[in-house]
Design a protein around this ligand. Structure first.
Ligand SMILES: Cc1cc2nc3c(=O)[nH]c(=O)nc-3n(C[C@H](O)[C@H](O)[C@H](O)COP(=O)(O)OP(=O)(O)OC[C@H]3O[C@@H](n4cnc5c(N)ncnc54)[C@H](O)[C@@H]3O)c2cc1C
Length: 496
C-alpha cells in the first residue's frame, strides 16, 4: 500500500509537518530512529512568526503558558549597558521572544499530533531511499532489526543536519564550519540579571550571552577563544563560572546545571529543497549560527509553507506545479538567515581590539535610531520575511501597503477568519466575491467591505498574501486560480 506522505524525523520540523498534514486530512507516517524524544533543551527561542502560525494550529496557548518572555536584548560591556535591542517593537501580537526548551515545544507538538490521531513511530530508521516516477520507495529498519519497504507519494526529509536522505540522494550541503569553540549550559544564576531580557556581554576576549528561561534559570552561551576549557567533555559549572566572571560585570553565582554542551558553528544550506518527490526542511536543509535564535523557527516555517501545498495537490484541489514553489520561496529566506547570523556571529566573536572599540562606540548610535530598532525587531521575530519575488505572488498593492507575497499581519483576529485548509478571499467587491464562490472548496469567501472596500485580498493558509487587486480585477483572480488550482467540477462558465 502506498502511504501519501512519509515524514522522516520527529524533531520540530517533522512534527510540524505531521501536525499540518494530518490536520488537513492527509494520512501520514512519521518515523524517528531515536527510541525516545530528546530531553535536551537545545533551541530556546520561539519567534513571533512561529507563534502567529502555531497559535491558530492549536499549540500556541500552551507554549505561551509554559515559556518565558524576553522583550529586549541588552548589549553590555562589563557592567555598562550600551544599548537595548527593543524586541517589543515587533509588529506582532507576540512582540517578544518566547523562551521555551525545544524538548517542551516537541512535547506539545507530539501531543497535538496524538489528538489528531497520529503517533510517532520511534526506533524506526530510514536506511535507503529509491526515487521512482510515481512513488519513492524507502527502507525502514525497526527496533527488532526487521526491514520494511514503504512506497510513499511524497517523502519529507526532516532528518536533521546529518540527513541520511540528503546524502543518499546526493544533494550537496555546501558551506563552512567556523573555527571557534562555543560552550553553553542551562543553569541557575543568582545575581542581578533581568528575567525578561536577553543580556549580551561583549569583551575584547569574547562574549557571554544569557537567555532568561524563567524562575531564576538561564541559558548561558560563551566563546572560549583562549581555549581555557581544553578537552571535549561537557563544560562544568566551575568552568562556566570562570567564563562568566571574566566577561560579565554583574556579580552572580552559577549553580545547578542540568544540561551543558560544547559546539562549533556550521553555516550551510542545500542548493534545492526538493529532489523529485522528496522535500527537505529544517536542519536537513540548512544549519547556521544560533545567533538570533532562528534555526528551529525556520524549520517550522518551512513545513507550514510546504504542507498546505502537498495536501492540496494530494486531494486533487491543486495542480502538481504548486509544489515547484516550495524551494524557490524558502531558499531566499534561508539565505538571508544564514547571511545575517554569520554577520552577527562575526561581530560578536571578534577578539580584535579595534572591532571591540567600534562595537562599543557604534552600538548605542546605531540602536538609537528608530529605523534600525524597528528593522532589527522585525527581523528577529521573522515577521519581515516573505515571498514577494516568489512564483505565486500576483498583483499589486492591497491593504495598508501590503504586496502579494507579504506576510499578512494577524490584526483584529484576522487569522481566526482564515481558512487554514485553503485560500481565503477577503473582498468588498461583489464581482470578485462571485469568482471566489465559483472556486468553492479551494477558496473561502469572507465579506470584507470594511477590510478591503475597494478591492480584494487572497490569503494563503500560511498567512501570506497570494494575490490582490482592485474592483476591476475579477478576471485576474480567476486566471491566477486557474494557473495553480483545479477548477471545481460543476463551476459554470457564467460563474467565471
Ligand atoms: C547544542 C545545540 C544547541 C542549539 N541551540 C539552538 C538555539 O539556541 N536556537 C535555535 O534556534 N537552534 C538551536 N539549535 C538548533 C536546533 O536544535 C535545530 O535547528 C532543530 O533541532 C532542527 O530541528 P529539525 O527537526 O530540523 O532537526 P532535529 O531536531 O535534528 O531532528 C531530526 C530527527 O531526525 C531523526 N533522524 C535522523 N536520521 C534519521 C533516519 N535515518 N531515520 C529516522 N530518523 C532519523 C533524529 O533522531 C531526530 O529526532 C541547537 C542545536 C544544538 C545541537
Amino acid at each position: 500500500m502506498t502511504v501519501p506522505v512519509l515524514i522522516v524525523g520527529a524533531g520540530p520540523t517533522g512534527l510540524t509537518a505531521a501536525v499540518e498534514l494530518s490536520r488537513l486530512g492527509i494520512d501520514v507516517r512519521i518515523v524517528d530512529r531515536a527510541a525516545r524524544p530528546s530531553a535536551e533543551s537545545r533551541a530556546l527561542a520561539v519567534q513571533a512568526r512561529t507563534m502567529e502560525l502555531l497559535r491558530v494550529r492549536g499549540v500556541g496557548d500552551e507554549m505561551l503558558a509554559l515559556g518565558n518572555r524576553a522583550r529586549a536584548a541588552g548589549l553590555y560591556t562589563g557592567d555598562r549597558k550600551l544599548a537595548p535591542i527593543e524586541l517589543h517593537r515587533m509588529p506582532s501580537t507576540f512582540n517578544f521572544i518566547l523562551m521555551l526548551a525545544q524538548s517542551e515545544t516537541e512535547r506539545l507538538l507530539t501531543e497535538q499530533l496524538a489528538r489528531q490521531g497520529v503517533k510517532v513511530e520511534r526506533g524506526v530508521e530510514v536506511t535507503s531511499v529509491r526515487p521512482g516516477a510515481e512513488t519513492v520507495t524507502v527502507t525502514l529498519r525497526g527496533t527488532e532489526g526487521g526491514l520494511e519497504l514503504v512506497d510513499a507519494s511524497y517523502v519529507i526529509a526532516a532528518d536533521g543536519p546529518h540527513s541520511a536522505l540528503r546524502k543518499a540522494l546526493g544533494v550537496p550541503f555546501p558551506g563552512r564550519t567556523l573555527p571557534q569553540d562555543y560552550v553553553l549550559a542551562d543553569l541557575h544564576i543568582a545575581g542581578d540579571l533581568p528575567q525578561d531580557e536577553v543580556s549580551i556581554f561583549l569583551a575584547r576576549h569574547g562574549f557571554v550571552a544569557v537567555f532568561p528561561m524563567g524562575r531564576g534559570r538561564f541559558r548561558m552561551m560563551a566563546t572560549d577563544p583562549d581555549r581555557r576549557l581544553v578537552g571535549d567533555s561537557e563544560p562544568t559549572v566551575t568552568q562556566m563560572q570562570e567564563l562568566y566572571d571574566r566577561t560579565v560585570g554583574v556579580p552572580a553565582r552559577l549553580y545547578d546545571v542540568n544540561w551543558s554542551s560544547r559546539f562549533r558553528i556550521n553555516s550551510r544550506h542545500v542548493p534545492t529543497m526538493r529532489m523529485g518527490r522528496v522535500f527537505f526542511g529544517g536542519d536537513a536543509a540548512h544549519v547556521h549560527s544560533p545567533a538570533g535564535g532562528q534555526g528551529m523557527n525556520v524549520g517550522i516555517q518551512d513545513m507550514v509553507n510546504l504542507s498546505w501545498k502537498v495536501a492540496m495537490v494530494l486531494d486533487g484541489r491543486a495542480r502538481a506545479t504548486l509544489l515547484d514553489t516550495y524551494s524557490p520561496e524558502r531558499l531566499p529566506v534561508i539565505r538571508t538567515v544564514v547571511r545575517f547570523t554569520e554577520i552577527g556571529t562575526r561581530v560578536f566573536n571578534s577578539t580584535n581590539p579595534l572591532v571591540h572599540a567600534l562595537r562599543v562606540r557604534l552600538a548605542p548610535k546605531a540602536l538609537g535610531r528608530n529605523a534600525v530598532q524597528n528593522a532589527a525587531a522585525a527581523m528577529f521575530g521573522q515577521v519581515s520575511a516573505g515571498y514577494r519575488d516568489g512564483m505565486l505572488a500576483e498583483g499589486g498593492g492591497g491593504l495598508a501597503g501590503l504586496r502579494a507575497g507579504d506576510r499578512v499581519p494577524d490584526v483584529d483576529g484576522l487569522y481566526d477568519a482564515l481558512d487554514l485548509g485553503g485560500l481565503t478571499l477577503f473582498s468588498g467587491v461583489r464581482a470578485v466575491a462571485d469568482v471566489g464562490r465559483a472556486w468553492d472548496g479551494v477558496v473561502s469567501v469572507r465579506d470584507a467591505a470594511a477590510l478591503a472596500p475597494e478591492g480584494w485580498l487572497l490569503v494563503r493558509p500560511d498567512g501570506y498574501l497570494a494575490a490582490a487587486g482592485g474592483p476591476g480585477d475579477a478576471a485576474l483572480l480567476d486566471r491566477w486560480l486557474e494557473q495553480w488550482f483545479v477548477r471545481p467540477a460543476g463551476a459554470s462558465v457564467n460563474e467565471r
